[in-house]
Design a protein around this ligand. Structure first.
Ligand code: KMH
Ligand code: ZN
Length: 292
């Protein structure tokens, strides 16, 4: 066991914003952007605050999770009209979507897409008792489809065993380095490790070579784990998908507010956020064939 992950260049961080998700809605926080115009405007605000990557979930006109590539395409176009954020689509989708529907977003040509690295069981909320299915076969098929579209996977890791799945994909030649790994802490109700700092260090000990890591602390852990991640040479994800609060008892006003706070703290630590183009270079993203 050794620690061989790729550290970010000294004093730099890539900030991803996950704005919408599949499990939160406007009833929980009116600032959750659901429709393409809102998603694009919020993304632009986050870009202006220092985000380099935007993680996208699509909703239909009624706010229901959707895998419709036309909606993803509309969102991409609206964002690309405003700024050059890296667009990372969710293939996690939502509990109402089939595996097929979850990969349809790739037809809208994101530069990155989430790749959930194992099966989870939802234990809370409307979807309690349902399975978030990601079998080894599904994961391989997702990875093959991402390779077909030139999309870089953002591997979402909810527990240590999922790093083993990543090593299997590497051994089969299905991943192109450098790898992009998101380590999730604090979603124990859905199979993710608890938000204990020692679990973050434990994850790092088992990361393969050539992997940049990004940390997702869920709920009240978003800020603290983001700071730990930066100190350990990793990247950070913030946003209403993972945390609807600014602080205890106070809803966040916007995704941009959460990005702005992380950027303020980063700068206090002497760490500067990467621009989207700097992040593209580091992660080795392929140019998108899709044009507006
Ligand atoms: N909300 C994250 C913890 C996906 O979109 O693929 C899980 C997620 C999954 O982002
Ligand atoms: Zn997501």
């Amino acid at each position: 066991m050794s620690i061989n992950y790729l550290r970010m260049p000294e004093n730099r961080v890539v900030i991803t914003v996950a704005q919408t998700g599949a499990l939160v809605n406007k009833q929980m926080n009116p600032a959750v952007p659901e429709q393409p115009d809102e998603i694009a405007q919020s993304a632009y605000d986050c870009y202006n605050e220092g985000a380099a990557v935007v993680h996208i979930h699509a909703r239909d006109k009624n706010g229901i999770n959707s895998g419709d590539p036309a909606i993803f395409k509309e969102i991409h176009e609206k964002i690309r009209e405003k700024c050059n954020l890296i667009i990372q689509d969710s293939t996690g989708g939502g509990s109402n979507l089939s595996i097929e529907q979850r990969t349809s977003c790739l037809e809208a040509y994101p530069e990155m897409a989430s790749l959930n690295m194992g099966t989870l069981v939802r234990t809370m909320g409307a979807a309690a008792g349902t399975t978030f299915m990601n079998s080894r076969m599904d994961i391989e098929n997702f990875a093959k489809r991402m390779n077909h579209f030139g999309v870089k996977p953002e591997m979402e890791i909810y527990n240590i065993a999922m790093l083993q799945e990543m090593k299997i994909l590497i051994s089969k030649g299905l991943l192109i380095p450098p790898y992009n790994v998101s380590l999730i802490l604090g979603m124990s109700y859905q199979g993710a490790l608890e938000a204990d700092p020692l679990f973050l260090v434990n994850y790092l000990q088992y990361l393969p070579d050539n992997a940049y890591f990004n940390t997702l602390g869920i709920g009240k852990y978003q800020l603290g784990f983001g700071i730990m991640s930066m100190i350990l040479g990793g990247n950070v994800r913030v946003g209403l998908e993972d945390n609807i609060f600014y602080r205890k008892g106070e809803l966040a006003k916007s995704n941009a507010q959460l990005v702005a706070r992380m950027v303020r703290v980063a700068r206090e630590l002497g760490i500067e956020p990467c621009t989207p183009d700097e992040a593209r270079k580091l992660f080795g993203l392929k140019p998108v064939p899709y044009k507006n």
